[in-house]
Design a protein around this ligand. Structure first.
Ligand code: AMP
Length: 470
């Protein structure tokens, strides 16, 4: 069976006795929409019965006002899902629901497992009928026998069998649980809302509903929320904390807090260090919006070169479900970005972006700026060269498609057509986060994978021209 390999998602759950939570979840998912645009889902419980609504599309496309009024309950779990493998089946949207003996479990997953084939076969051998190709159903299937009994014990038994990255939201009729893998690769935090509690992939999901941030769930820890309130249970032994450093660079929103740091501040520092590492004479510093903005501000402050907006983003076009025609597709990056020609013409630009993956967008941006009359283009990237694939839930590319895996910095500079190119050093990237390097997964930059990846899974994405090399 074809399997989903890449999932970068957002989770939000809340239990607030006396409240109707569907609309709260709706707005929280809005705040987490950047973590996944393919499908959205909300399950609710009133303590006895549960209800689920999920579909392909953006949060605003999936739920109508009427839907949200119909979804009644004081507890709920929501999910936004992103996947680009082409398997966009409804069944793979989340939360995944499994019912056993009249009881129901919902699971919402952010991350990616690397060992589900054997678990899937085992479940199928025991008569479990799969409805989806997603890893998440494997987790729900393994937990189902514990429904009506001790679900926390179920987590202790089942979760150590999973290998890979997982932050999970789990809901039954009367319990909401947030849990992170023993390495804590994907984020998940807890907040307080009125008389209840919430879990969210990022703190920005709490902010939007006015919930108060409590703390991050620790690696291997579960936050259990029910009628008795909130308690934390260490369900697995904590391993070396390995939060994905790409969350700091690109993925999470700048107004979210991770490891106690505002990502906006961390990204601004990345830009300041870039200015120190690779100073250049220029007229204006411009970001590639939106993710390049904080680092560009940092670069501008540290260098004294004025900050300007050279590229205006068309915020909504990337999220359309209308397939572009060939003529429209050829417009490429112009669909998303429009240059402020009069501000760029004749200028020496520092252009700041967070990362280069394949290099194709960056090349188009440089060309667009040249066409707009830029005199010099100095590209500054607020992360080291992205050289290795992610197996833990960030959708980048297989290794041979990552431009830095086969080209030197000088070759990349030539490919993108910039006058100069500099990537932030690992040392200063880590310094910007305020935490030591050993608290992160940095595998996309140095192939130091904290969780062993089975050879067959590894070789799929790791091969460079038929050879397995590191
Ligand atoms: P490219 O030049 O084609 O490699 O594109 C670089 C752009 O991709 C940068 O602006 C990044 O912000 C963005 N980017 C980095 N990682 C991802 C990702 N996982 N998914 C989508 N875009 C990304």
């Amino acid at each position: 069976m074809e399997k989903e390999k890449r999932e970068s998602c957002g989770i939000f759950g809340i239990c607030s006795p006396g409240d109707e939570v569907a609309k709260l979840i709706y707005f929280a998912l809005y705040a987490l929409q950047h973590r996944g645009q393919e499908s959205a889902g909300i399950a609710v419980s009133n303590g006895r019965e549960t209800m689920l609504l999920k579909d392909l599309g953006l949060v605003s496309q999936v739920f109508s006002e009427r839907d949200l009024v119909t979804l009644r309950g004081h507890m709920g779990l929501g999910h936004v899902r992103y996947s680009t493998t082409g398997k966009t089946a409804w069944e793979n949207s989340q939360p995944i629901q499994v019912t056993r003996g009249g009881r129901t479990i919902y699971v919402a997953h952010n991350g990616n497992l690397v060992n589900t084939d054997a678990l899937r076969r085992e479940l199928a051998g025991n008569g479990f009928v799969f409805r989806s190709t997603s890893d998440t159903e494997v987790i729900a299937g393994l937990l189902a026998p514990y429904l009506g009994g001790d679900l926390i014990e179920g987590l202790r038994q089942v979760l150590p069998r999973l290998e890979g990255a997982y932050s999970l939201g789990i809901m039954t009729e009367n319990q909401l649980i947030g849990v992170r893998d023993p390495y804590g690769i994907r984020p998940l935090c807890v907040g307080r809302y009125m008389g209840g509690f919430a879990i969210s992939s990022e703190s920005c999901g709490l902010d939007i509903i006015g919930a108060e941030y409590v703390r991050e769930i620790e690696p291997g820890e579960a936050a259990v929320i029910d009628g008795e309130g909130l308690r934390f249970v260490q369900v697995m032994e904590k391993k070396k904390p390995s939060l994905c450093i790409f969350e700091f660079i690109y993925f999470a929103r700048p107004d979210s807090v991770l490891y106690g740091t505002y990502l906006y501040h961390a990204r601004k520092h990345m830009g300041m260090y870039l200015a120190q590492e690779a100073p250049v004479e220029a007229d204006v510093v411009i970001p590639v919006p939106d993710t390049g903005v904080p680092a560009a501000i940092g670069f501008s402050q540290a260098s004294g070169i004025p900050f300007g907006e050279g590229l205006i983003k068309n915020r909504y076009v990337g999220r359309t479900f209308i397939q572009p025609t060939q003529a429209i597709r050829q417009l490429g990056v112009r669909l998303k970005l429009n240059p402020l020609v009069r501000d760029i013409k004749g200028k020496r630009l520092v252009v700041v972006d967070d990362s280069i993956v394949r290099g194709t967008t960056t090349r188009e941006i440089v060309k667009m700026l040249r066409d707009a009359g830029a005199r010099e283009i100095h590209m500054r990237i607020s992360s080291p060269p992205d050289m290795y694939p992610c197996f833990y839930g960030i959708d980048t590319a297989v290794r041979k498609e990552l431009i830095a895996s086969t080209k030197s910095v000088e070759e990349i500079r030539r490919f993108i057509g910039a006058d100069s190119l500099h990537y932030l050093s690992m040392e200063n990237l880590v310094r910007s986060t305020g935490r030591p390097k050993d608290q992160f997964c940095t595998a996309c930059f140095d192939a130091e994978y904290p969780i062993p990846v089975p050879e067959d899974v590894l070789s799929d994405k790791f091969r460079l021209e038929g050879r397995m090399t590191r």
